[in-house]
Design a binder for this molecule. Structure first.
Ligand code: 5AD
Ligand code: SF4
Length: 512
């Protein structure tokens, strides 16, 4: 394909109505692209990577130094994995990574699960604008869950016009194509002034899953692996089903192939990722259960630890408990979000289980796997939560004795059913309950952690300790953090560690 038709193609897609002279500064004929962009994926994205790479080379020539990038991730493990995909493509097209936000391309992979996540992004965008004023080559991209909210995109279009590229969760696989368009729009137009070149591409949903795109892992020895996307549960407080779309599972063959490749590259631990992994595979043409998938992953040589996230209590099957029990690789850790201990509130939350069912499930789990660490998420101050409801939550916390718990102040998310419920709980009451819960959760977690003090446990060494370079930091099967004297060559290995001292949230140990 000629460079001219790339121009037209992108022009048609994104820039309808803009004068063609926009593209006069860079000689696109130098790009070695000899055919139409393929319609099929992922070939299409590789085609655009090639096109973008040529642009990056030319722009860095103009700048007189290599172009750098920085990806900032907000929110959950899913976003962390998505950021590795963005990083893979940015490296592929010739950007160099940098730790600071004064880079030539900064992208925020955003979260919108709670309002404060949104506010953080707006705050930091202001700082980016300052960097951009000093660096005419700097591009700013925004993607992730927050961009799936129309009101957010409107606000950015209006008040943050210096942003170059906005896309959402459903078309992340198109990043190479989008960045090509953004580079063209920003740098190939002769006269246009900054602020006119924003590329916005948001989809309402998709059933598409694109395999085999590049990605760049943060850690060489462990990796997240998406097994499904989206969520169908519609918990009444939660915005995720609206911004991540309906549940779609990857084919087990694709997942296994990816994990085999990861193992061949030296990965020893995988974290299978999905909003609700327990319903994995139910809607595939050839249905398969999550437990069956785990059994397949278990057989992959080189993989020594398997984790997964997140489990919904309503879908946690006997088969899964049995599979965990019989596995030597699945970590002794289950993250099982409780959200509330009050059956009345759980009903309002549309969680589909009661307090009693949750407690029973934990009992069953611990009877089968006594050493399992159980962690959870809890929301305080859901609309209508009374003191008695809150006490039910405290009761579950005391009875289950979670190894750790993420506690959240309820955050009103526009468009969710809970946002329009009456009886929103006053902020002061919520804060006060939150503090009580946090204290309880922390005391219990510290007490629980003591049970391993003085024992020897297997620890996967993950990194040099951030405060003290003579120490390394790793994780036990149950996910607890351990610091111990060690060296860089230990990273990625699983070692026996004597846990000399429990410090509440972590241990100090030594190699045995
Ligand atoms: N307010 C507070 N916490 C929320 N979560 C999801 N939506 C909200 C909200 N509107 C919490 C839940 C979930 C975790 C990822 O975030 O506890 O499990
Ligand atoms: Fe949100 Fe509920 Fe889906 Fe989790 S299961 S992502 S809390 S709707």
């Amino acid at each position: 394909m000629s460079a001219k038709s790339i121009r037209h193609n992108l022009y048609d897609i994104y820039r309808k109505g803009k004068p063609k002279e926009m593209y006069k500064e860079i000689d696109l004929d130098q790009i070695d692209v000899n055919r139409e962009p393929p319609a099929e994926e992922p070939a299409r994205q590789y085609y655009f990577m090639k096109a973008a790479k040529a642009y990056v080379r030319q722009i860095s020539g103009r700048k007189g130094s290599p172009l750098t990038f920085h990806v900032s991730t907000f929110g959950c493990q899913m976003n962390a994995r998505d950021s590795e995909k963005l990083t893979g493509i940015l490296k592929e097209i010739g950007y160099l990574p940098t730790d600071t936000e004064d880079a030539d391309f900064v992208i925020y992979n955003t979260c919108t699960v709670r309002e404060n996540a949104n506010n953080k992004v707006y705050g930091r965008l202001g700082c980016l604008n300052g960097f951009q004023k000093k660096n005419p080559f700097m591009m700013i991209g925004l993607c992730g869950c927050m961009m799936q909210e129309p009101a957010v995109v409107e606000k950015i279009r209006k008040s943050y016009r210096f942003v170059d590229l906005i896309f959402g969760t459903h078309n992340l696989y198109k990043f190479a194509e989008l960045i090509t368009a953004a580079l063209e729009s920003r740098f190939l137009s002769g006269t246009q002034k900054k602020g006119d070149s924003m590329i916005v591409d948001i989809w309402e949903g998709t059933d598409k899953i694109v395999e085999d795109l590049p990605n760049q892992r943060k850690y060489p020895f462990k990796s997240g692996v998406n097994i499904m996307f989206g969520c169908n549960n519609f918990c009444s407080y939660c915005i995720v089903p609206y911004v991540r779309g309906r549940e779609r599972s990857r084919e087990p063959e694709d997942i296994i192939r990816e994990i085999k490749t990861l193992a061949a590259e030296g990965v020893v631990e995988v974290m299978l990722l999905g909003q609700n992994v327990n319903s994995y595979g139910k809607q595939l043409e050839r249905p398969i259960s999550f437990a069956q998938l785990l059994q397949k992953v278990e057989q992959i040589p080189g993989i020594e630890r398997i984790r997964f996230m997140t489990s919904h209590p309503k879908d946690l099957s006997e088969e899964l408990i049995e599979t965990m029990k019989n596995s030597s690789k699945i970590c002794r850790h289950l993250h099982l979000p409780l959200q509330s201990g009050s059956s009345a509130i759980l009903k309002q939350m549309n969680r589909n289980y009661t307090k009693e069912q949750y407690l029973k499930l934990v009992d069953k789990l611990r009877a089968a796997i006594p050493d399992i660490a159980v962690t959870t998420d809890i929301i305080v101050g859901f609309p209508g939560e009374t003191e008695a409801d809150f006490e039910e939550t405290m009761d579950v916390v005391r009875r289950v004795e979670f190894d750790s718990a993420f506690t959240f102040l309820y955050s009103k998310r526009t468009g969710t059913p809970a946002a329009s419920m009456e009886n929103q709980v006053p902020e002061e009451v919520v804060k006060q309950r939150f503090d009580r819960l946090l204290k309880e959760v922390q005391e219990i977690a510290a007490k629980k952690a003591m049970r391993y003090q003085g024992s020897v446990q297997k620890v996967l060494i993950e990194q040099i300790n951030e405060q003290d370079a003579s120490l390394v930091t790793g994780r036990m099967s149950g996910n607890s953090v351990v610091h111990l004297p060690g060296t860089e060559d230990m990273i990625g290995t699983i070692v026996d560690v004597y846990l000399a001292e429990c410090k509440g949230f972590y241990y100090i140990g030594e190699v045995r």
